[in-house]
Design a protein around this ligand. Sequence first.
Ligand code: EPZ
Length: 426
Amino acid sequence: MDRLSITGGHPLNGQIAISGAKNSALKLMVASLLTPEPLTLTNVPNLADTRFLAQLLATLGVEVYWPKGAHECHLNAETLSSTIAPYDQVRKMRASFNVLGPMLARYGHATVSLPGGCAIGARPVDLHLKALSAMGADLLVEGGYVKAAAIHGLKGAHVVFPFVSVGATEHAMMAATLAQGTTVLENAAREPEISDLADCLNKMGARVSGAGTATLRIEGVATLKGTRHAVMPDRIEAGTFAMAAAAAGGDVTLTQAPVGVLGALIDALEQAGVTVEADRAAGTLRIVRGATALRAVSINTQPHPGFPTDLQAQFMALMSLADGTSIIRETIFENRFMHAPELSRLGASIEVGGREAVVKGVETLRGAPVMATDLRASVSLVIAALAAEGRTEVSRIYHLDRGFERLEDKLAACGAAIERLSGDEG
Ligand code: EPZ
């Protein structure tokens, strides 16, 4: 298993180009199942997760042409060889579960393994199933699989989500594009990735309106066609590098950045005393931090446009070096503080009680061996290590490889002393 070795104390200076958004790319790739025509996606990030989803789609019979290292991915689901997504593939990545609705909508049947929980929480799929059932799907949960059928096709429905779910909104939206009649999704997620997916679906001939608001309206159509679509830039990657620059100090400009959807983070960084210059038209975000101390800022994670849960761990790493005490409340996932004990190994002072972490800023962090527990937790350790004195070794970075493209190269190009070590600990 690879590890990262990071020697802290080097400010970051330079430019970092932001890659395509993992969480958008995954759902856009799934959308290929809705049409017998080719879907070409550009700006697809080369990540363990996107490659993994491509494998699952290939297992289902989708022709995938995606050369190694390329960012353009061609998917052709003209005919599927199977509508069964097996446990081994779905359990490794939850987004795989979203193949259920599109296959059901197009073929009238699909069998997909339940994804199971993961390190950050139980993460059930009840809202996904309720939405499909409201659209007339017969669902049988048996032996760890959801067996779904809609022999006469899915029907438009009025679905009111009891709370916001990104995955359930996307899942229901995709299934509804091929349903008979109109579907209205209320209390829908407003994440930018939903709008990216809606844009692509509309280019494919779907009739989705309201993306970016809490009410989505989808008029079903008989068939969808192929198209070409560029994946939006990754707001979580951009936010992560912004916080890396804020923690290590320096002057970094992020290019191809989704500036317009980073408002909550930009506010928090400015309150912390970091200089942020956002140029929406140019898609650049400049982060400058000199010798000034960081101020403590408290945040609650919220669905978009609130502070994203996927940036919470990174913000905690930053706040562990602030002047004062910040309270970080995680309202989306019940177990998303696993980075706290690892950050403490670097000298951070963090007390976790339920969904709240109290972070008392310290003057210095010190390098130590630490272990990644999930994707965003692992990158919070990298941020802390960049600002720490001495050397940190982050193990289990396969988590990191799921969601950050060439992370160490991008940071090293800005002056970070970061290196990938292959194999197990020596
Ligand atoms: C997406 O997960 C993202 N993943 C997550 O990013 C992100 O943290 C999350 O949205 C919130 O923004 C992908 O897009 C692939 P949810 P998702 O459904 O869709 C509960 C990362 O690091 N819930 O909005 O699974 C659920 O347990 C990942 O890139 C139900 O109870 O998130 C959670 O507490 C991690 N029943 C809350 O809702 C359901 O049927 C929000 O989850 C569905 C969800």
